[in-house]
Design a protein around this ligand. Sequence first.
Ligand code: FAD
Length: 589
Amino acid sequence: MAEAHLSNTEVPDRGGSFLFQPVGARPFMTPEKFTSDQRQFFRTGGEFTRVEVVEKRDRFVDHDYGLLRDLIGKAGELGLLGVDVPEEYGGLGLDKVTSMLVAESQAGDGSWATTFGAHTGIGTLPIVFFGTPAQKAKYLPDLAAGRKVAAYALSEAGSGSDALGAKTTARLAPDGKHYVVNGGKMWITNGGFADVYVVFLKVDGGGFTAFIVERGTPGFSTGREEHKLGLRGSSTTPLIFEDALVPVENVLGEIGKGHKIAFNILNVGRLKLAAFSSGGMKWSLRTGTAYAAQRKQFGKAIAEFGLVREKLARAAANTYAVESMTYRAAGAIDDAIGDRSDAAHVMASIEEYAVEASIMKITGSEWMFSLIDEMLQIHGGNGFVTDYPVERAYRDNRVNRIFEGTNEINRLLIPGMIFKRAMRGQMPLMEAVSRLDEELADPKFFPAPMGRLAAERRGAEMAKREFIFAARWAATLGPALEQRQEVLAALADCAIEVYAMDSILGRTLATDDRPELRDALCRFFCAESRERAIDRARTALCAVLPAGEVEAQLEQLSRLHRYTPVNIMEAREGIVPSVLDTGGYPIAW
Ligand SMILES: Cc1cc2nc3c(=O)[nH]c(=O)nc-3n(C[C@H](O)[C@H](O)[C@H](O)COP(=O)(O)OP(=O)(O)OC[C@H]3O[C@@H](n4cnc5c(N)ncnc54)[C@H](O)[C@@H]3O)c2cc1C
C-alpha cells in the first residue's frame, strides 16, 4: 500500500510539518548534500580547534582572557566569526548550514565552544537582525573580525526562565541623550572580557527593551568570575549598572519590543547548541572507542564485551540522529530564507522552525550528556579522574540543559507552539485527528511501508499517530492544558522522537552510501525511540483521560504499536565493527 497521509491535503514544508507528512515524503538537507565550500568551512574550523584550542585547553581553567581574545582574533582571521554577518559589514553572509557546520567544528572543548557560541550567536546576531545601519556599521566589522567580543545579557538573579520579569531599568536622563541604567545581570558568558553587550532591560520600569552597552560605559562594570562545575575556561560574570549612562542611539530595535529580540535570537542559539552537540558527541565517542579498544579485562579488550558494545552502538546511533536533525532544520531555514537577505524575513524564517529549534536544544543537550555519561562509564575509575578528558567533558556539558532556555521551558514551548499553529490553521492537526479516526475504524488504511527499513518506517508513522492521538485528548482540557505541564512535556517528548525517527529514516532512504551500516543505525535508534514515543504518549493520555475512558483509549493507542521487536544484538553488531574500524563515529561525509 502507498504511504498514507495523515492529512488529505499536501502538507506544505514548514515548521512542525514532520508530524503530518509521511516519512521520506520530501527531500531535506543532509550532510551528504553539503557543498564543497561548506565542507571546507568545516575542515578549516576543525583544524583550528585541533591546533589552536585543544592543544591549549589546559590553560582554559584559569579564565585566561588573553588566550580567549587571542583565539577569537585568530578565528576571525580565518573567517569563522563572520558566517552570519552580511558582507557589507565585513562578514561572509553565508547560509545557516554553514553556520551550523562552523559551530560543530568548534566543539573540541566546551569552554571554547561556549565562548565562541556566545560571541558569534546570541552576542552578535541581535545586531545583525535588529541593528540600525549605523549600529551595524559601528559594531559588526569588529565583531566579525574578532577585534571585539560580544555577549548577550538577559538573565538576572531574580529572573532566569521568567526573563520578562527583569528588574534592570533604564530611564531617560534630563539631557535627553542618555538612558540612566540601574540593576544587574547574572551568569553572562564572556562577561569578564567582552567589549559589546546586548542587554535587556525595562525602560521606565515597563517596556522591555534591548540596548547595546559598551565596555567602558560610565557606571557599568562586571563582577567577579563565577566558580563553576564546568566550563571553567569560559568567562561567566554578573554585570553591574549603577547610574550607567547609555547613549539613546544604543537602543536596539524598538522600545518595548525587546522580547522579540531576546526570544528569536534564542532560537538560533538553540540550533547552534545542537550543532555543538553533534560535534561534542563525535569527540566523546572517539575517546570512548579508543579507551574500549585498548583497555583489557578478563584477558580481552573491553570493546569485545556485549554491554560495552551496546554503549558504542547507542552512541553512534544517537549521534547519527542529532546530526540528521540539526542539518535538516538548518537546511529548512535556508530554504525558507531563499534569496532574500532582509533581516525581518530571515528572522521570520528562523521563527518558523522554532519547534525544531526547541527539539534540537533538548536532544542536543540530553543525548550528548547521556553519551558522555556512557563514555565515562566505559573508562571505569579512570573516567572519574581528571587525567582523562571525559571527566571534563562530563562537567562541561551539564550546563547545556540549563542555558538557552532550560529543557523544561523548551519542553513546554514545543506543544504550546504546535497547538497555537493548529488553532491558526497553520498545522493540520484536526484534519490528522479525523484521518486517524478513519484509520482506526478500518486498519487497512494504516500505512504499511514495504522494502528498505519497512518496520522502522512503520514505527515512525505510528509514532506520529501516537502523538496525534494523545494531542487530541490533551486538547480536550482546553485552556487548562497550559497548566498541565506533565501532559505538555509528555507530548513534547513524543514529538521529539517523531522528529528524530523521521529525520534519520528520511536521510538514510535518500542515500546509497554504506546502506548496511546506516540501516543498522536506524534499526538500533528506532527500536529505542519508538518505545520512548509510546511510553510518553501513554503518559499524556493517562493524565488527561476521564476515568471511564482510560481502558478503551489505551486499547486504541496500543493498536498503533503492534510490531515485532528487533534483535538488539544484531542491530548492535551492524554498527560496532564500523565504530571500532574508524575509531569513532562511522559515518563520513
Ligand atoms: C555557565 C552559564 C552561562 C550562562 N550564560 C548566559 C548568558 O550568556 N546570557 C544570559 O542571559 N544568561 C546566561 N545564563 C543564565 C541561564 O540562561 C539561566 O541560568 C537559565 O535561563 C535558567 O534560569 P535560572 O538559573 O534563573 O533558573 P530558574 O528560572 O530559577 O529555574 C530553576 C528551575 O525551575 C525550572 N522552572 C522555571 N520556571 C519553570 C516553569 N514555568 N515551569 C517548569 N519549570 C520551571 C527550570 O526549568 C529549572 O529547572 C548562563 C548560565 C550559566 C550557568
